[in-house]
Design a binder for this molecule. Sequence first.
Ligand code: DOR
Ligand code: ZN
Length: 444
Amino acid sequence: MKKTLLRGGSVVSEGEMKPRDVLIGTNGIIEAIQPLIQDHKDADIVDVSGKLLFPLLIDCHVHFREPGMEEKATMQTEAAAALSGGVGLVCDMPNTIPPCVTIAALADKVRRAEKISGCTLKFFFGVTEAIHLVTLKDLWTGTSLELKRLKNHCCGVKLYLDHSTGDQKVDGGIVEEIFRTCAELKIPLVAHCEDSEMNEKALQENVASPQTIDLHSKNRSPESEATSIEYAISLARKTGAAFHVAHLSTKQGIELVRAAKKEKLPVTCEVAPHHLFLTTDDYVTLGTFGKMNPPLRSSEHRDALWAGIIDGTVDCIATDHAPHTIAEKESGEPLKAPSGVPGVETMLSLLLSVASGKWPNENSKTKKTNAKISYHDILRLCFTNPNRIFSLGASSLAVKNPARIAIIDPMQEWLIEGKSLHSKCGWTPFEGWKVSGKVARTIA
Ligand code: DOR
Ligand code: ZN
């Protein structure tokens, strides 16, 4: 086997982008990154001129559905989707069947993930009842080789403050105790923030309204998300737990996280591509294929998320990749359709389009915003920050590290089509969008 020499590309790193050649040894380790590496008789030369070299990116919020919902997706199909989208490490959520709330369930997921090549899967542990907290403590403090091994594959705790797919709403009486435990044991803590009482009340109040899909955004209001985020931040303040807001979708949420950071609280957040590129205006074309939790918002909220990206309030972009079958999305009453959209394969191209100054889908119902993002921002939001927040240990593009590289053609335009993507669900909320920037090849 020969070494590989990536010749003529630009390496994207924090704050800069340099023309660099990259030499990868036969053992897959990066041996050199230099302006010009001489021809190497032992190396296959790959011309990557005009291409960007990123480390394989991280998506810290996905639902790969295995075990238990293989009709929607499997680890294998979704790992292929991730790699094709330049993502080489994902953090999978616990709302599988059985839920990932026991050591046995975690061990089963780890065993399945070991068979997947190229894409690394890490797992969030779910806590819905007091007994799961006892197990979590065992997992985090256990001294046996097996527990240490499993802990290595666990990226933290996921809490649902309201029901979503999988009905994993946490028992409200133990939430503070969970924050305390995470503070004490330094466990990353992520929450899906929506206020269940407010959501329940809205549902009752709106029961006589026409049950059309746009009602979903009223049944799960911006105020509900904000109330829940405020509560969770108050617990981070009280306990000192490092707390991460999942798929933050509102202007109020951004303001709360911005204020928490000013207060120097250990609070971070992620936003999802569907909230950055779609709004309630898109229900007209998407119907139930635009239904997710938290739901689509107005463009005022969408603009606030982009402002949060620009001023550093937003730490990560993560997809909340949540495939459901087309049949499930199309069956029955719109508001009863399952919530969730796929996204792991399209995130990078959507962001690259904005970085190149080409807003994707100029013609969509949702008008473009004055969003700005650079290639370095993409690296920070989809690699450096999630890697740090969840201690994921992903390899940056540096000498002596394993070569895990996404080779990107920033100029290649392509049309997003569900049938051509790798996700088992076979659809995308970005159907027909023209994007600029494509993964030409991954080295994993
Ligand atoms: O839209 C969503 N889908 N939100 C969630 O909280 C869960 C997810 C899923 O698993 O389907
Ligand atoms: Zn999710």
